[in-house]
Write a protein that binds this ligand. Structure first.
Ligand code: 5GP
Ligand code: ZN
Length: 113
C-alpha cells in the first residue's frame, strides 16, 4: 500500500507518536499549525471520509474520544481546541488516509479560510 500514513503506522517512516491502541494511532504533525497539532488516524487504511461505512461509526467515535483524551493529557482541554477532518480537494485533504487534526494551545478564528 503506497500510503504515507500506513507507512507511519507500520514504523517504516518515523513519527513523533503520542498515542496508539489496537485501532487508533496518533502522532505530531510534521508542519504544526498550532503549538499542539496532532493527527489522529485509524490504523486501518480508509482513504477519505466518503469511504466510511456504517460499521466504521465506532471507529470514528474512537478518533474523537482520543482527541478529547489527548487534549486533557496535554493540558489544553479546558482552554479549548479544534478538531478538523478534511475531505478531498475542496476540503484541503493532501494525505489520502483519513485523519483528525487536533489543534490546541492558541486561540483560533472562525470561519477557517
Ligand atoms: P490534510 O491536508 O490531508 O488534511 O493533512 C495532512 C497533514 O499531514 C498536514 O498537516 C501535513 O503537515 C501532515 N504531514 C504530511 N506529511 C507528513 C509526515 O511525513 N509526517 C507527519 N508527521 N505529518 C505529515
Ligand atoms: Zn493508509
Amino acid at each position: 500500500m503506497d500510503c504515507l500514513f500506513c507507512k507511519i503506522v507500520a514504523g517504516d517512516i518515523p513519527a513523533d507518536v503520542v498515542y496508539q491502541d489496537e485501532h487508533v494511532f496518533a502522532f505530531r504533525d510534521i508542519d504544526p499549525k498550532a503549538p499542539n497539532h496532532i493527527l489522529i488516524i485509524p490504523k486501518r487504511h480508509i482513504a477519505t471520509l466518503n469511504d466510511l461505512q456504517e460499521e466504521d461509526c465506532v471507529l470514528v467515535g474512537r478518533l474523537q474520544f482520543t482527541a478529547q483524551k489527548l487534549a486533557q493529557e496535554l493540558g489544553f482541554a479546558e482552554d479549548g481546541y479544534r478538531v478538523v477532518m478534511n475531505c478531498n480537494e475542496n476540503g484541503g485533504q493532501t494525505v489520502y488516509h483519513i485523519h483528525m487534526h487536533l489543534l490546541g494551545g492558541r486561540a483560533m478564528s472562525w470561519p477557517p479560510g
